[in-house]
Design a protein. Structure first.
Length: 156
């Protein structure tokens, strides 16, 4: 069950999720603590050790530290690719797609994100979108994307 979170910067209230249509976005971990971004005011917060829910009073991350963390994440779509892969393995394709979409938004040149999203489309049978993503990954030189494209085209 998601817990309500209050932003220590602007007072917004909501739940944390790795998608766009929410107030608080999970951004991964820093020094063993969950990092959350308020999508309303843009501030970052740290929560206690992650155990399935966010708990403890959030600690506001100072602006200059937050800017450094954001810069570091600009180049790193890996947490979202990892979460997307975990969700896809469990058959939770919508959650997987949300994570792969975020990874692509962070780094649109990450072929692995397109391959992962293609697989999340492929499993429930959305072949058109799967083939499009596999093609994009293959065009970027991703060997797994090329193999997945071949498999998808042969199974049509």
């Amino acid at each position: 069950m998601d817990r309500q979170v209050n932003c220590t910067g602007c007072g917004a209230v909501g739940t944390v999720a790795p998608c766009d249509d929410i107030i608080f976005q999970s951004r991964g971990f820093f020094q063993g603590k969950s990092v959350v971004k308020c999508m309303k005011c843009g501030c970052g917060m740290l929560f206690g050790p992650f155990s399935g829910v966010f708990f403890g009073k959030p600690k506001l991350i100072p602006d200059e530290s937050w800017c450094q963390m954001e810069q570091m994440w600009q180049d790193s779509a890996l947490p979202y690719i990892s979460h997307g892969s975990e969700y896809a393995a469990k058959g939770e394709y919508n959650k997987a797609l949300n994570n792969f979409n975020l990874a692509i938004r962070i780094n649109p040149n990450n072929a692995a994100a397109y391959t992962g999203r293609g697989l999340a489309y492929y499993q429930p049978g959305n072949m058109g979108k799967a083939i499009s993503d596999f093609q994009k990954a293959c065009d970027m030189g991703d060997e797994i994307g090329c193999k997945a494209l071949k498999m998808a085209l042969e199974s049509r």
